[in-house]
Design a protein around this ligand. Structure first.
Ligand SMILES: Cc1cc2nc3c(=O)[nH]c(=O)nc-3n(C[C@H](O)[C@H](O)[C@H](O)COP(=O)(O)OP(=O)(O)OC[C@H]3O[C@@H](n4cnc5c(N)ncnc54)[C@H](O)[C@@H]3O)c2cc1C
Ligand SMILES: NC(=O)c1ccc[n+]([C@@H]2O[C@H](COP(=O)([O-])OP(=O)(O)OC[C@H]3O[C@@H](n4cnc5c(N)ncnc54)[C@H](O)[C@@H]3O)[C@@H](O)[C@H]2O)c1
Length: 457
């Protein structure tokens, strides 16, 4: 059994952990980064990057089909090979992280491949292919262990092959038919991609609507758009049983028609295992989804947690933001996290961009709420764009302060339009100042002006 003493151990090298380990090493601390799978985490290998490559291709197909009505005759024959090739060759190097390991070691950090478990205060035991190493971290330990796909306890589901996001991004061919369990961002993005590539897709969502974390108007419009892509969207469903046959699966639905498909893709949320991480050593609740952190990402004295397990939003930009906060704290700088203007984008077509509070969250917080909404097809740019112009802008104002506390930008480039609204919420720009702006004509973001004019109680 080897022993190693460092200033800081970073356990789990998701996007934030990788950046933080390198930053601390470059600042002169002795650092070890510990990773049991791939350095960089879920985002580059199984999540954001490969899925957005799939979406780029699926959107190209949709635009080509629209060209038939807007610009002449186009013949579209979907081919998955370029997508699978890009993911394998350009994005993931066939799921090999050597370049990331080299980058980390090049920053001056040490790297240990293996599973880390806290075995004492400031002590981590790492078990990996090269044996066991006990690491003593004199300044402390940073956790960035992320989440894994959760397979819901539907009787029979686990008795046969099931895709999660990790299998879906490695697909070498499009299944003839696909049933997606879950209508959050993951389920909606995958359902649209595979439908546009020709799969017969059914999307089963237990909640009454898609994207329940977002404004109801966005979830309802997205269901409409997915149906237009040929997806059989069913909301408010309860799946009672799964039966795997040879080469297909049937899902029984309480009070509804059963669904049979060649492949089932589970996108029903994520899970963590705090007991496996040994959080009890610090007196923390091992049955929780993650440790409770303060505004410097401290979970306990000498223990920081960043990324998905910190529970402030499961996004790569959140992981990176929190890595910067924890890094400042470790390096003695006084920076506090501020979650008033957290942006998020679901990269369906139309994109659903949102920042800050939804109307319901603002009302729950006791604010005096005014909202303003406008439909993108009613704007000049929406009219010009025509096919694929569906979307909306919704603003949520704290009327007492006269500032926006939340906004949704759904539509073509909705995630980009969101940028202006994120500045408004983050900077607490007075609504009167926003109204006095000049919005370029004819842009999609000019619709913000109409939504501002619509603000009312
Ligand atoms: C399909 C999909 C699409 C997504 N798309 C987007 C998107 O477009 N934009 C966006 O912002 N976010 C997106 N996300 C979310 C994003 O992937 C995560 O928020 C992001 O990866 C940050 O996670 P993290 O920092 O918590 O760590 P993760 O990326 O989850 O990495 C954690 C790492 O810790 C390692 N680990 C775990 N336990 C141990 C241990 N005990 N010892 C050693 N190593 C350990 C794991 O192997 C893993 O590599 C998507 C997620 C999914 C599933
Ligand atoms: N573009 C992005 O930023 C992006 C993209 C994808 C994922 N993510 C993040 O990754 C995380 C995971 O996303 P997700 O979509 O897997 O999870 P999620 O928790 O957001 O959504 C899962 C959905 O599955 C449904 N569900 C749960 N059990 C079910 C069952 N038995 N039958 C039918 N439906 C069921 C729930 O109603 C829920 O709406 C999210 O926090 C998200 O923020 C971000």
């Amino acid at each position: 059994m080897a022993e190693l003493t460092v200033d800081v151990a970073v356990v789990g090298l998701g996007p934030g952990g990788e950046a933080l380990a390198a930053r601390l090493a470059e600042a002169g601390l002795s650092v070890v980064g510990v990773e049991e799978r791939l350095v960089g985490g879920e985002c580059p290998y199984y999540a954001c990057v490969p899925t957005k490559i799939m979406i780029r291709a699926a959107d190209a197909l949709a635009e080509a089909r629209r060209a038939g009505q807007l610009a002449g005759t186009v013949s579209v024959s979907p081919d998955w090979a370029p997508v699978a090739g890009r993911i394998r060759d350009e994005a993931t190097a066939d799921w090999d992280d050597q370049a990331a390991v080299d980058r980390l070691v090049g920053s001056g950090a040490r790297f240990l491949r293996g599973t880390g478990k806290i075995t004492g205060t400031g002590e981590l035991t790492v078990t990996g292919p090269d044996g066991t190493t006990v690491v003593t971290a004199t300044k402390g330990i940073v956790l960035n262990t992320g989440t894994a796909p959760a397979v819901p306890p539907i009787p029979g589901l686990a008795d046969g092959p099931v895709w999660t996001n990790r299998e879906a991004v490695q697909a070498l061919a499009v299944p003839e038919s696909l049933v997606v369990i879950g209508g959050g961002p993951v389920g909606c993005e995958f359902a649209q991609v595979f439908a546009r590539f020709g799969a017969q897709v059914t999307l089963l969502q237990s909640n009454a609507r898609l994207l329940p974390q977002d404004e109801p108007e966005a979830g309802e419009l997205l269901a409409e758009r997915l149906r237009a892509d040929g997806v059989d969207v069913r909301t408010g469903v309860k799946i009672t049983r799964a039966t795997h046959h040879d080469g297909s699966v049937t899902l029984d639905i309480d009070g509804g028609e059963p669904v049979t498909a060649a492949t089932v893709l589970v996108a029903a949320g994520r899970k963590t295992d705090m007991a496996a991480l040994g959080l009890g050593v610090y007196g923390l609740d091992e049955s929780a989804k993650g440790p409770t952190v303060d505004d410097r990402m401290r979970a306990a004295e000498g223990l920081w947690a960043i990324g998905d397990i910190a529970g402030k939003g499961a996004f790569t930009h959140m992981s990176m933001y929190q890595a910067a906060i924890a890094g400042d704290d470790i390096l003695g700088q006084d920076t506090k996290a501020d979650y008033r203007a957290v942006p998020r984008v679901t990269f369906t077509d139309p994109e659903v961009g949102a920042v800050g509070l939804t109307e319901a969250q603002a009302r729950e917080a006791g604010l005096t709420v005014r909202t303003g909404t406008t439909q993108i097809p009613a704007s000049s740019r929406g009219f010009i764009h025509k096919l694929g112009n569906e979307g909306l802008i919704k603003l949520v104002e704290d009327a007492d302060r006269g500032v926006l506390v939340g906004a949704t930008a759904m539509g073509p480039g909705g995630g980009e339009v969101l940028g202006a609204l994120a500045v408004a919420v983050h900077g607490e720009v007075p609504v009167d100042t926003l109204r006095g702006m000049i919005f370029a004509y004819p842009t999609f973001h000019r619709a913000i002006e109409s939504a501002l004019a619509d603000l009312r109680s």
